[in-house]
Design a binder for this molecule. Structure first.
Ligand code: TMP
Ligand code: ASP
Length: 236
């Protein structure tokens, strides 16, 4: 597979064309941002952790019947994925109150919900990713009704698979953000990444934060948290 021109550079990843029009290469950076890119930094080794963990979790999800963009890990930082058009929705599943949920509704972090919640943000940096509901997404023609129903069902299924998997590693899956893409055939697949950048992970016994909140909130031990999650997943 030949790596060709760069198509896109995001906050945490670069995307390159290949000699196959249906495949692209994603390259994970160590760059970290928070609060709409207002806070910038670097987390040494993050690109490797996110690449390897995301690929592992996507393979796990594929086995559980969830279609994803994942094709093949090429190196520690680079992965071959299906070229999809990203549905401009950030899909957030929450099992426990934290982050913007706790702030918005004036509740403490750590309240375990009876059943998981779902919310959507409009993926639009200029507008600062505003929260929207599925009617708004339909009105804005961000996705069809069928696609939104599919995305909701896939997101809850992904939550069930991941929650159980992380529980086995003594990690609580607090919340996470997903993105979906459309293949040229019109199939909705899980895209982007699943990593400590996009999930909240708390140690099951101590509730210690093992994710990007350590960077967002200046808690220290950022690299150690990513390393710890890598150890739990791969044992190295
Ligand atoms: P929130 O509580 O800040 O809304 O975040 C919910 C989850 O989504 C959390 O696991 C972190 C993740 N997330 C992203 O992956 N990207 C983002 O831009 C934001 C705001 C949150
Ligand atoms: N990476 C996101 C940004 O810079 C925010 C976050 O993950 O908190 O906007």
């Amino acid at each position: 597979m030949k790596k060709c021109e760069q198509l896109y550079e995001g906050k945490a990843k670069k995307v390159f064309a290949t000699d196959d029009p249906n495949l692209v290469i994603v390259s994970y950076k160590d760059d970290a941002t928070a609060f709409d890119g207002m806070k910038k930094g670097e987390i040494a080794g993050k690109g490797v952790v996110n690449n390897r963990m995301s690929n592992y979790l996507m393979s796990l999800l594929e086995k559980a019947g969830v279609p994803t963009h994942f094709v093949k890990e090429l190196s520690d930082r680079e992965t071959l994925v299906k070229k999809v058009s990203i549905v401009p929705l950030e899909v957030i599943i929450r099992n426990v109150s934290a982050g913007s949920f706790a702030k918005r509704y004036g509740v403490e972090e750590g309240i375990v919900f009876d059943s998981p919640t779902i919310e959507f943000s409009y993926k639009n940096d200029d507008l600062h990713d505003p929260l929207l509901n599925s009617y708004h997404a339909l009105a804005l023609k961000l996705a069809t009704k069928e696609e939104i129903e599919k995305i909701k069902a896939m997101a809850f299924k992904i939550n069930e698979v991941l929650k159980e998997y992380f529980a086995g590693l003594k990690v609580k899956l607090i919340d996470f953000k997903l993105e979906f893409g459309r293949t040229p055939e019109g199939e909705i697949v899980l895209a982007d990444e699943i990593s400590p950048d996009t999930c909240r992970f708390w140690d099951a016994e101590t509730n210690e934060k093992l994710d990007k909140d350590r960077f967002r909130r200046d808690l220290g031990g950022v690299e150690d948290a990513y390393c710890e999650m890598m150890k739990r997943v791969f044992g190295n």
